[in-house]
Design a protein. Structure first.
Length: 401
């Protein structure tokens, strides 16, 4: 029995919007290899993206094709809305072989169903589509015309449905709980890996009402002078008094993510953290007051830049990005970014991870929020206190500054 996370009408609306974009770009056949885009259009959900697999959207056919590994075909039958005959499996001789490539099989199928001389869009700039895959498709389909369609479906995904927003609200509750457990576990003598374990446990356990899922990114946990390096994970080092600790995590529900980052001081924070925290909080508030439908991502970045410049600070990296449905290795949607040159106009039910972090030579600070754009402004998903967090070594109950 297929239990889909969305009703059939929503999947049909997604498919219709995708085909409209295909028509605008002159694409007859769209080959989707990004697992998030496959899930979005079909419901397919399995840890099978380490081998080649594909959802094929044909502009004049009512239903997609799923093509993947034989042992994963039953997963496609039970997690998608597709007819069983639209699930096509290749044998294991094509898996990680020097002699055979899955794209040879797929090219043969496309020729057999009369798609060998059409305009074919492929996701050229996604993690799961390789240079060799494109080369073998071109060899197998010499009469086809290929073009880049990397973000075609991603831009359909950028505005969320009400059901998607509800799933993100559940992910937010998981994120709040995971952050709470992570922060509570930090005090001198505890290993970084133990804190990571507490976070992971809570992310998967979820709430009494609903469970969580594996996030697209593992918990990030740089500590001490490593807080100047944003994408480090954990070690087995012990926390010591005076450490700063950055926690970046995400709650995940039905593959929808709500990231959340906070900075923790073990004992009293150093002068740098005390000075920069109010600047970051002022910048966040300024962005929240500015954000509403009709405002561009670039205007949000300008608001932040002007706010922190008044205090003598600058930030090189982008401020945030569209976020939602995804699989490893990233929870971002790869579309809109909150940065200077991005002219994306905010619309109701766009969702962003705002991470106005600042990194210096020997330390850094991260206080992030995930928000949705409403009809009149924005709404935070999480409720976790928005501040520098202090774990007093004399009071293991913890304090929030």
């Amino acid at each position: 029995m297929v239990l889909l996370p969305f009703d059939m009408m929503e999947y049909q609306q997604r498919l219709t919007k995708t085909k409209e974009r295909m028509e605008n770009l002159g694409v007859d056949v769209l080959l989707i290899t990004d697992p998030a885009n496959m899930n979005y259009l079909s419901g397919y959900d399995a840890w099978s993206f380490y081998v080649h697999q594909m959802l094929v959207i044909i502009i004049d056919e009512p239903q997609p094709l799923w093509i993947g590994r034989y042992q994963d075909a039953n997963g496609a039958r039970v997690t998608t809305w597709l007819y069983d005959e639209n699930v096509i499996a290749y044998p294991d001789q094509y898996v990680q072989s020097d002699l055979h490539h899955p794209m040879d099989f797929i090219a043969t199928i496309l020729k057999q169903i009369g798609q060998g001389n059409r305009r074919i869009g492929v996701e050229m700039d996604h993690y799961y589509f390789t240079a060799k895959a494109l080369e073998r498709l071109k060899q197998g389909l010499p009469d086809a015309e290929f073009q880049d369609a990397s973000l075609l479906v991603n831009y359909v995904r950028i505005i969320k449905s009400d059901q998607e927003i509800e799933y993100m609200k559940k992910a937010a509750k998981i994120a709040d709980l995971a952050m709470t457990k992570g922060v509570e576990s930090i005090y001198p003598g505890v290993r970084e890996c133990d804190t990571a374990a507490e976070i992971y446990y809570q992310m998967v356990k979820g709430t009494p009402e609903f469970g969580g899922e594996y996030p697209a990114i593992v918990p990030l946990l740089p500590t001490g002078d490593r807080t100047s390096i944003p994408h480090l994970t954990w070690t087995d080092r012990l926390f010591v008094d005076g450490d700063a600790v950055i926690i970046e995590l995400a709650g995940c529900y039905k593959r929808y993510h709500v990231p959340l980052a906070r900075t923790v001081s073990v004992g009293q924070p150093n002068d740098q953290l005390q000075q920069v925290t109010p600047v970051v909080l002022e910048g966040i508030q300024a962005i929240f007051e500015k954000a509403k439908p009709g405002v561009t991502c670039g205007e949000l970045e300008e608001t932040w830049r002007r706010t922190i410049k008044a205090h003598g600070y600058e930030k090189e990296a982008r401020l945030g990005y569209s976020v939602g449905l995804n699989y490893p290795p990233d929870w971002g949607e790869h579309t809109a970014s909150i940065r200077r040159e991005d002219s994306t106009v905010l619309q109701t039910n766009m969702t962003f991870h705002l991470i106005p972090a600042l990194w210096f030579n020997t330390d850094g600070i991260e206080i992030s929020e995930t928000f949705r754009v409403t009809d009149t402004g924005i709404e935070r998903f999480t409720t976790y206190p928005q501040n520098l967090l202090i774990r007093d070594s004399l009071d293991l109950g913890g304090q929030i500054s």
